[in-house]
Design a protein around this ligand. Structure first.
Ligand code: ADP
Ligand code: MG
Length: 244
């Protein structure tokens, strides 16, 4: 279980997160919504241990172990995964090679090229992705939808216990959105915890969150169930902001 306690975070001397409390639970999908610039990506990056951010107060606990100061690599080995809002392009490395290296880095048991090819084939099939996709260079010349597909494939291959998905839905057309949502539902199981960060309600029609938190100006200002999604759609964030 991942627990964030009274987290305060600064970047270049400016406080971005101002006391965030959040709990992810086993087998549950938690959605995090909020206006642009509220601190959602900052939270995801800090949970993953991005060196750019400074934690000035509070804690990040993973199964009651304090990981606030752990390196990103240690966190990945403990089962944390972050999919980026803006994945970078790496040419010269195929998706297949990238995924095998990444997997062998986080798991105790190493896979040979042949073992991995077989394993990857199953994952591609599960996600309904064409096999040729794995031969392409990582994110090079990918459309928005293909970049997100590659992130979901990473999610399926690395099989993390805790997945943070930052705006996995942004820039997708409706068919791509459905494919991605289906992929996420496919990899979800009773041992996983998923945090879906999103600006729009759309993806939450295909992935049902158990809990929804709303972040405004570096704080979680409201937490509720699925019904809150509809309220947001109808009224926007204004009614919450004005009440804060
Ligand atoms: P969200 O993902 O909710 O849109 P972000 O976490 O990306 O929000 O950003 C939160 C705030 O932090 C914004 O006001 C943004 O301008 C600020 N911020 C993010 N990165 C930097 C940076 N490198 N330097 C200064 N401010 C930053
Ligand atoms: Mg963001």
């Amino acid at each position: 279980m991942l627990e964030i306690k009274n987290l305060h975070v600064e970047i270049e001397g400016k406080e971005i997160l101002k006391g965030v409390n959040l709990k992810l639970e086993k087998g549950k999908i938690h959605a995090l919504m909020g206006p642009n610039g509220s601190g959602k990506s900052t939270l995801a990056n800090v949970i993953m241990g991005h060196p750019k951010y400074t934690v000035t107060q509070g804690k990040i606990l993973l199964n009651n172990e304090d990981i606030t100061n752990a390196s990103p690599d240690e966190r990945a080995k403990k089962g944390l995964f972050l999919s980026f809002q803006y994945p970078s392009e790496i040419s010269g490395i195929t998706i297949m090679n990238f995924l095998r290296t990444a997997l062998n880095n986080v798991k105790e048991k190493k896979m040979t090229v042949f073992e991995f090819q077989k394993f990857l084939k199953e994952k591609l099939k599960l996600l309904k992705i064409d096999e040729s996709f794995a031969e392409r260079y990582l994110n090079a010349g990918f459309s928005g939808g293909e970049k997100k597909k590659s992130e979901i494939l990473q999610l399926a291959v690395l099989d993390p216990t805790i997945a943070l998905l930052d705006e996995t839905d942004s820039g997708l057309d409706i068919d791509a959105l459905k494919t991605i949502a289906e992929g996420i539902n496919n990899v979800m199981d009773k041992n996983k915890e998923i945090l879906i960060i999103t600006h729009y309600k759309r993806i939450l029609e295909y992935i049902q969150p158990d809990t929804l938190s709303i972040m405004i100006n570096g704080k979680i200002v409201m937490e509720g169930g699925k019904e809150l999604v509809d309220q947001l759609e109808a009224k926007g964030y204004g009614w919450i902001e004005n009440g804060v």
